[in-house]
Unconditional design. Structure first.
Length: 185
DNA sequence: GTATCGATGATCT
DNA sequence: GATCATCGATACC
């Protein structure tokens, strides 16, 4: 089912576009279709795994399908899905098109604007109310579900966002013309 | 519409 | 002490 996660991160990042990500707990289900991702590998100067394993990035060196969450700029959490073969690769989930639990997500984000509920890596974590304790857990043993869907999209790629190194590497994937991505192509 | 800037704290040097 | 895989507010065109 999740075999495709074992591919290298740039392949997995493209294949994750169009999958549905859903979190389920006592507050119900909420989630959406993945419409924007970025790939990171251990040989990539922009990656947290570039200088080897540390306490923070340990989850990136676990098996494919492990969840890697980290805190950035003091307050924001970002969600990654580990890919590759326990070699420090992961895919950052950058944006969702909301499908489930939209009222819940509007309350979490204190916003009624549908296209802005999950249009950024920290926004979607806030919208789904993902706990940082997911870090290091495997998808199949967690409350986070990753589902294949039949929807097909036209996928575009570009340089990654918000990094200072390896900005020329086109490892960002997104749904062409989607209003739900973090910023226009 | 685009550009710039401060918040904010864990992680690493 | 410097560096952030960000966001939202503000200023300006």
């Amino acid at each position: 089912m999740l075999d495709f996660l074992h591919a290298d991160a740039w392949e997995t990042a493209e294949k994750l576009i169009g999958c549905e990500l859903v979190y389920n707990d006592h507050n119900g289900k909420r989630g959406g279709i993945i419409v924007e991702t970025e790939a990171y590998t251990a040989s990539d100067p922009a990656s947290h795994s570039y200088k080897g394993r540390t306490v923070r990035n340990a989850a990136m060196f676990e098996s494919a399908g492990t969840i890697y969450m980290y805190q950035i700029y003091g307050k924001h959490l970002c969600l990654n899905i580990v890919s590759g073969n326990s070699d420090g690769q992961a895919v950052l989930i950058r944006a969702l098109e909301p499908t489930k639990g939209i009222d819940f997500m509007k309350r979490q984000r204190r916003s009624d604007i549908l296209t802005q509920l999950c249009s950024g890596p920290a926004k979607l974590v806030e919208a789904l109310a993902l706990p940082k304790q997911l870090n290091g857990q495997h998808l199949q043993k967690s409350r986070l579900l990753l589902l294949k869907t039949s929807r097909k999209f036209e996928i575009s790629r570009s340089g990654r966002i918000g990094i200072t190194k390896a900005t020329e590497t086109d490892w960002r994937f997104y749904v062409k013309d989607s209003p739900f991505i973090s910023r226009p192509g």
